[in-house]
Design a protein around this ligand. Structure first.
Ligand code: BG6
Length: 505
């Protein structure tokens, strides 16, 4: 399986240009992850990090700013001063507008190639708003920085478009200058250990694949629930909403790993081809019956863990009559042999009762209940729960006999946790993904056709919701979401079930 820590084609020299060097993404996520990689020996001996942003600034100031970010957000912390100083000495700052980024970077890259005696791997990380992606790519290409197909790589992150048409336009702009094999479209969920572990679970163990289909599985529920609200991101979120922010990318990627066919090789294209087979087998959501397949919500005021939370419309920067959903649920049906008639229910929301993410695979009941008369039971459907957060791991929920003369059944957990098994914190997603970019491994990144398929699936929902005001707010902060989401699943005679929370310490 793709395992960036096993990458043996890590480059010998690296020139990493961070466009949007002053922004939050660079400060909070990218640079702390680079530092962790550095401390773990995951960066080549000779590397340079060159930040580009508009503000007139100095390299010294940028280093000080990044130091703070590393202190707050890196997994391994700053460590000793000598380590930090050695890393900081590799950071430089260039002030330039986005259109000029290519022009100011080109001489620096050329100089490094001379100093190091070889053209380095050049990674252009666009930590800038997506509306600037096309300009940045054009500028880089105009300065000759996209030409080396092997050594020039472009990293972009969502939101990649706001519907199918806008994604295709953006992608055409990028691909006018960079080839598909040079573009790394980040979905940070694909860098999460537990998400990658779905592949190991399914394909490294012989016991799951034989029952991983419509004969044994009744349905699958995927939940990504957050207690956080919109935070300081209203500017972005007001134009996005939960469906675009989470379902179009993260939840659909998890779905792909749960439901795709086994790849014949663990290389980027084979894996992504299998995902595409699945995405193209998804039954389209008819524009006329969106409400049968999707439910939306927006949180009102409420309480989470004893703290009073404002409603979404009262959050800073949010329009007082905002029609943006902070909760989205969809039902997916897959028209192929493996999954015919097995619904997949996906839900995500902000300000939910708990911060918990899991994949719950629910098996069909046994065909015949042969228990003695008077058997009591508190059992539910047998389930395999893959816990993505918190306390990453999995539970197999089995029905077992309660000790005693009377025959009684009760549901008990066979539990595995990463914490207990490996006793070390896994790398953060950005470390894993950056390491994969350096190694040229695209298996953890979204190919353009996947992104397009996801938009194609969701476009009818996006359009239908934009055209009709939601009945908002329709769930209280601290609840499990709106009633419409309950109806979505109850109509099929099923329920969401409360996610498996870790046992109290
Ligand atoms: C981001 C979304 O992609 O993922 C956020 O834009 C969300 O709205 C975040 O909070 C969740 O990621 P994580 O890694 O904290 O589970």
């Amino acid at each position: 399986m793709p395992n960036p820590s096993n990458h043996n084609d890590t480059p010998t020299t690296l020139f990493l240009a961070l466009l949007g060097a002053d922004g939050d993404l660079a400060w909070r996520l990218v640079v702390p992850a680079l530092y962790d990689l550095y401390r773990d020996g995951g960066l080549p001996e000779r590397f340079a990090i060159v930040g580009v942003d508009r503000k007139p600034d100095t390299s010294e100031a940028l280093r000080a700013h990044y130091r703070e970010g590393i202190e707050q957000f890196s997994r391994l912390g700053l460590g000793d001063e000598a380590t930090w100083n050695a890393f900081a000495a590799r950071i430089d700052y260039l002030a330039a507008d986005i259109e000029q980024a290519g022009a100011v970077l080109a001489p620096h890259l050329a100089q490094r190639a001379i100093d190091w005696g070889e053209p380095p791997l050049a990674v252009y990380y666009l930590a800038i708003p997506p509306r600037l992606f096309a300009t940045a790519a054009r500028g880089l290409a105009a300065s000759g920085l996209a030409v080396d197909r092997e050594r020039a790589r472009l990293v972009v992150e969502k939101p990649l478009g706001h519907d199918l048409a806008s994604f295709l336009a953006l992608d055409a702009d990028l691909r006018a200058h960079f080839q598909e094999g040079q573009i790394y479209r980040m979905d940070h969920f694909l860098g999460k250990e537990t998400v990658q572990n779905l592949l190991a679970l399914r394909f490294a163990n012989p016991i799951f694949e034989p029952i991983w289909d419509r004969r044994y599985i009744d349905h699958v529920a995927i939940t990504v629930a957050e207690t956080l609200g919109v935070e300081h991101r209203a500017g972005y979120y007001e134009g996005a909403g939960a469906l675009r922010d989470m379902v179009q990318n993260h939840l659909l990627q998890i779905f792909c790993l749960v439901a795709m066919e086994p790849p014949s090789r663990f290389d980027a294209d084979n894996l992504r081809d299998r995902k595409m087979d699945l995405l193209t087998a998804l039954r389209p959501i008819p524009a006329a019956s969106v409400d049968e397949f999707a439910a939306r919500g927006q949180y009102g005021a409420g309480w989470i863990h004893g703290a009073k939370m404002p409603g979404y419309r009262q959050e800073e920067g949010v329009a007082p009559a905002s029609n943006i959903e902070t909760y989205a649920a969809i039902k997916l049906l897959v028209d192929n042999w493996r999954w015919q008639d097995v619904p997949f229910y996906l839900r995500t929301g902000k300000r939910m009762a708990e911060a918990v993410s899991e994949v719950s695979i629910r098996f069909r009941p046994v065909p015949h209940q042969a228990w003695p008369a008077g058997t009591t039971s508190d059992h539910g459907p047998v389930r395999l729960v893959l816990r993505l957060h918190p306390d990453e791991g999995m539970d197999l929920k089995l029905n077992l006999k309660v000790p005693g003369a009377h025959f009684a059944l009760s549901q008990q957990d066979l539990r595995f946790t990463y914490r207990e098994a490996f006793q070390s914190a896994p790398p953060k997603p950005y470390e894993t993904l950056l390491s994969a970019v350096l190694a040229g491994d695209q298996s953890l990144f979204m190919r353009a056709d996947q992104v397009a398929s996801a938009w194609q699936l969701l476009d009818p929902v996006v359009q239908s919701w934009a055209a009709r005001p939601g009945d908002f707010p329709n769930y209280a902060a601290g609840s499990w979401g709106p009633e419409s989401a309950e109806r979505l699943i109850n109509r099929d005679g099923r329920g969401w079930l409360t996610p498996t929370l870790p046992p109290a310490e």
